[in-house]
Structures are given as structure tokens and as C-alpha cells.
Design a protein around this ligand. Structure first.
Ligand code: COI
Length: 355
């Protein structure tokens, strides 16, 4: 099916400034995509309009009951001027899993891809070219029906906004320090931990603020039952190099299905690394640190890319990893992944999609 969306162009395009020193997600392009949903009618009236505030009834369910989901992916500009998207089909698949978990109607995969394609054609000049930058794509759905009963909304908006970005962390690609949270929990089995829904992030803010006040840039979450097993970091999945193996927590229902996580797993296997997806306790990591077996650790995420971990703080003790420096494997993964995403390195996996 061919999708035709109405396009209303802005009369006042914004100036495109250098992203040097910019804060992640603070700048937005000139246009955005909107699609409405009404029960009985389905998704309808897709359109590209100037970037602007939206008007919602104060009773819209998203404000009261948090019925909302989001995604994140990136578009890159190659040296020869092509725009590449990284694994966009994985995003729509994951988005529909989140939709189902939050009782939101799913979106047709081709409609999603066509909306993204047409918006990016309009905003092509916004894909930045500076080293370490990309155009971050944020698709999301909100429940808009104005009623206070607790039940799935009959109306929604699906939108895509675009933000030219540099590094997610102020550390750039330098190692981050992480506070292992033993009090608060992020998600529990049977909950919504693996859905990309706003509440998971809001629920982490108090711990995040407390960790920031102690000088840590992120929180590492432990399982919600025993507070023993490693789950994920606030905005990324997490990997540990223990001896000659690379270990990451197995997806157990409360961990986000990271697309960068999956890409890293596939790359490591392709390079011949022994990789384990399994339950991993914080005690095992601390023991491996004590015995010298813990070589390095890093986080993975669309926004964070590959983010080396320089320090872990757990049970009143700080562990410095790899002398606080970026590990060899973290650096190789960062170089290979970003090289592939920018079309500078071979893509044996067929992950990049040209606009
Ligand atoms: C992403 O990496 O795209 C995310 O959605 C994480 C976000 C909290 C910045």
C-alpha cells in the first residue's frame, strides 16, 4: 500500500548551528509527523507539519494514566552525502511490542517506515555531519481521549520528532561512573520493564537524582525481587568482560530489548568472542573485579552508543574498571558500530538502510 501524507512546510526555517558542546535532545528540526487514531476508524490523517506545540485536553489519558510509549533511532550522513538509518524495522517491531503491553493499537510496519522516510526527505538537510553527531529520531504514541475512567484510550496520536545530537553523556565517549542501586528498583517480573514506556523512566528519576548528587552519572538497576542480579543502566543495556567471555544480563521480561545490545551481541559473535546472555549477580562482578578477571564494562544504547564504564559504586565501595580508561573492546565496538552506521565500514549484517 502506498502512503501519501499531506505536507505543510514551515514559513520560518530555523538556523542550523554547530552541535559542538550541545546538550543531547535540546534542539529540534523544522517539521514533525502526526497520525491520529480513533476507535472504529483506525490510524488516519498522517501529515507532516511545522514543528510546533500540540494542544491536548487536560483530561487526556496520557496525563493521568501514563498510556504512552516511545522509540529512539538515529539517521547518519555519510561522507558521500547519503542518509543512512540504522535497523529501523527493529524499532517498529519493538514499538509494537510496547504498544501491545500498554494496550495501545499497533502500527503497520510499512506505514511507520514510510512516515519516517517522508519526514526525513523533508528534513534531510538537518542530518548533521560533524564527527560524533547524528539525527536522533523520536517516534512516540500518546493516549489523547479526554476521560478520567481507567481504561484504554479510544484516541491516540503517533508522532515523530527529530533532534540533531552529539554525545548523550557530558563525558562524551569517555568512561562514565555508575552507582549500583540497592534500594529503589526499576521493574519487576510481570511489570512493564521491557516496554519502552515513560513510567519506567520517571520511576528511575529519584534514584538518578540521588546518584547525581553523589557524583555518579547513571544508576545501575538490580532485579526487583532479590536486588542481586544486574538488569540495566538508566538509559542503556550493560556488558561485562570477565576473563575471556563477554557477559550481559539475559532478557528476562524486565530488561529493555536494546537494539544496540542485539547489534553488539551479533558483532561479538561474528568476531569470534564467547558471549553469554545469562543471570549475572553484582557479587560475581565484584568478585571478578577483586580477582582481576573483570577486564572492562560498557553500556549500549541508541542514544549512548557504546559507553565505557570507568567506575562502579556498590555497597559502600568504589571499583575502578580498566584504570578508569576506555577498554580495548569498548573502543573497537564503538569504532566498528559508528563506522558501519556512517557507511565508513562494511555492513556484513545488512543493518543500514539508505533513505
Ligand atoms: C535511546 O537510547 O534511544 C533511548 O531511548 C534512551 C533514552 C532514555 C535517551
Amino acid at each position: 500500500m502506498a502512503y501519501e501524507f499531506k505536507i505543510e512546510r514551515t514559513a520560518s526555517p530555523k538556523a542550523k548551528e554547530s552541535l559542538q558542546g550541545s546538550v543531547f535532545g535540546t534542539r529540534f528540526t523544522d517539521h514533525m509527523f502526526i497520525l491520529d487514531y480513533d476507535k472504529g476508524q483506525g490510524w488516519h490523517d498522517g501529515r507532516i507539519v511545522p514543528y510546533q506545540p500540540i494542544m491536548l485536553d487536560p483530561a487526556a489519558k496520557v496525563f493521568h494514566y501514563g498510556q504512552t510509549i516511545f522509540e529512539g533511532l538515529k539517521a547518519y550522513l555519510t561522507a558521500d552525502g547519503r542518509v543512512l538509518l540504522f535497523r529501523p524495522r527493529s524499532n517498529i517491531k519493538r514499538m509494537n511490542l510496547s504498544n501491545i503491553r500498554m494496550s495501545i493499537p499497533t502500527l503497520d510496519e510499512e506505514l511507520f517506515l514510510e512516515a519516517l522516510r517522508q519526514l526525513l526527505v523533508v528534513e534531510r538537510d538537518w542530518v548533521p555531519s560533524e564527527e560524533g553527531t547524528s539525527l536522533y529520531v523520536r517516534p512516540f504514541v500518546i493516549a489523547t481521549q479526554a476521560t478520567l475512567g481507567v481504561s484504554p484510550s479510544h484516541q491516540y496520536k503517533f508522532m515523530i520528532i527529530l533532534s540533531p545530537v552529539g554525545a548523550y553523556y557530558s563525558e562524551g565517549v569517555n568512561p562514565v561512573s555508575i552507582y549500583v542501586e540497592s534500594g529503589y528498583v526499576r521493574a519487576v517480573p510481570g511489570g512493564v520493564g521491557e516496554a519502552k514506556t515513560a513510567g519506567n523512566y520517571a520511576a528511575g528519576l529519584q534514584a538518578q537524582e540521588e546518584a547525581t548528587a553523589k557524583g555518579y552519572s547513571q544508576v545501575l538497576w538490580l532485579d526487583g525481587v532479590e536486588r542481586k542480579y544486574i538488569e540495566e543502566v538508566g538509559s542503556m543495556n550493560v556488558f561485562f568482560v570477565i576473563g575471556d567471555k563477554v557477559v550481559t544480563p539475559v532478557l528476562n521480561g524486565s530488561i529493555l530489548h536494546g537494539i544496540t545490545r542485539d547489534s553488539v551481541l551479533q558483532m561479538l559473535k561474528h568476531w569470534g568472542y564467547e558471549v553469554e546472555e545469562r543471570q549475572l549477580s553484582m557479587q560475581e562482578v565484584a568478585d571478578a573485579h577483586r580477582s582481576g578477571e573483570l577486564k572492562e564494562a560498557f553500556g549500549t544504547g541508541t542514544a549512548a552508543v557504546i559507553s565505557p564504564i570507568g567506575e562502579l559504586y556498590w555497597q559502600e565501595k568504589a571499583m575502578t574498571l580498566n584504570g578508569g580508561r576506555t577498554g580495548e573492546l569498548s573502543q573497537r565496538l564503538y569504532d566498528e558500530l559508528t563506522g558501519l552506521q556512517r557507511g565508513e565500514k562494511e555492513d556484513p549484517f545488512g543493518w543500514t538502510v539508505e533513505l
